[in-house]
Design a protein around this ligand. Structure first.
Ligand code: PEP
Length: 254
């Protein structure tokens, strides 16, 4: 069974003053089993300083996207190698906001995930349906296409994380029901088992979409949910730490 990962996504939030939240998370992380991991993905401008603030602690620091190339004439872009160099251990790829506002396709996401793996980072590959897709009964078809298209073929199942994030639940306060989460997580698990054989059981599957201290326990009890990708509630150390404590209690540090 995969370990538990609670990952924060600060999106385009965070100034130097907010590094205090990182220090507070470092100071307050619960003593949990060794298979529990906590991560905060920050804007690139904060990466080095957040990594310094978390240095020597159990908090990992990650990036929010990366370019597939190592270096090159891509003004404004940041490569996975650069994230690694700045202290990142993970990088989110294919977040629905990147897919939507930057037109990133499954092919792009797969190339980014590949670059992350090559750089020694763990990619957190995001998939999820829109409300229209859910309402038209296309959820599993969309998830299947995104997993097939975004997960690199050469990936080690335990070297990647997949986050199921229904687009309609991100930043809306609307959380998917445990049955909806359970159906999609089981579906993704089966896709991974088909693709990687028994090793597919080792990939951590996160749920993301308005996770908060109020709903984390119910979500983290769902089968095949191995943690959470947390946006808004990761911006305040107190909320993020509450979710970490709930994860430790609910999943006994698995
Ligand atoms: C996210 O940014 O991936 C996310 C799930 O955001 P929120 O928790 O705010 O819905």
């Amino acid at each position: 069974m995969p370990g538990t990962l609670i990952a924060g996504n600060w999106k385009m939030h965070g100034f130097a003053a907010d590094l205090q939240q990182i220090r507070d998370i470092v100071a307050g992380l619960p003593a949990c089993g060794p298979r529990f991991e906590a991560l905060i993905c920050v804007p690139a401008t904060l990466l080095s300083r957040a990594s310094e603030a978390a240095f020597g602690s159990r908090l990992y620091i990650g990036g929010e996207t990366c370019h597939p190339a190592v270096t090159g004439a891509f003004t404004g872009d940041i490569s996975a190698e650069m994230l690694k160099d700045a202290g990142a251990s993970h990088v989110i790829v294919g977040h629905s906001e990147r897919r939507r506002y930057h037109g990133e396709s499954d092919e792009d996401v797969q190339a980014q995930a590949n670059a992350a793996i090559e750089a020694g980072l763990i990619p957190i590959i995001c998939v999820g349906e829109t409300l229209d897709q859910r309402e038209s009964g296309a959820t599993l078809e969309v998830i299947s296409r995104q997993v097939a298209g975004s997960v690199p073929s050469g990936a080690w199942p335990d070297g990647i994380v997949i986050a199921y994030e229904p687009v309609w639940a991100i930043g809306t306060g609307r959380v998917a029901l445990p049955e909806q989460i359970g159906e999609v997580h089981l579906f993704i698990r089966n896709l991974l088992l088909e693709r990687f054989g028994q090793a597919g059981a080792a990939t951590r599957l996160l749920y993301g979409g308005s996770m908060s201290p109020a709903n984390a326990e119910a979500i983290l009890q769902v089968a095949h949910v191995n943690g959470g990708l947390v946006g808004g509630a990761s911006l305040k150390a107190a909320d993020f730490l509450s979710i970490c404590r709930i994860a430790c209690g609910t999943r006994a540090g698995t």
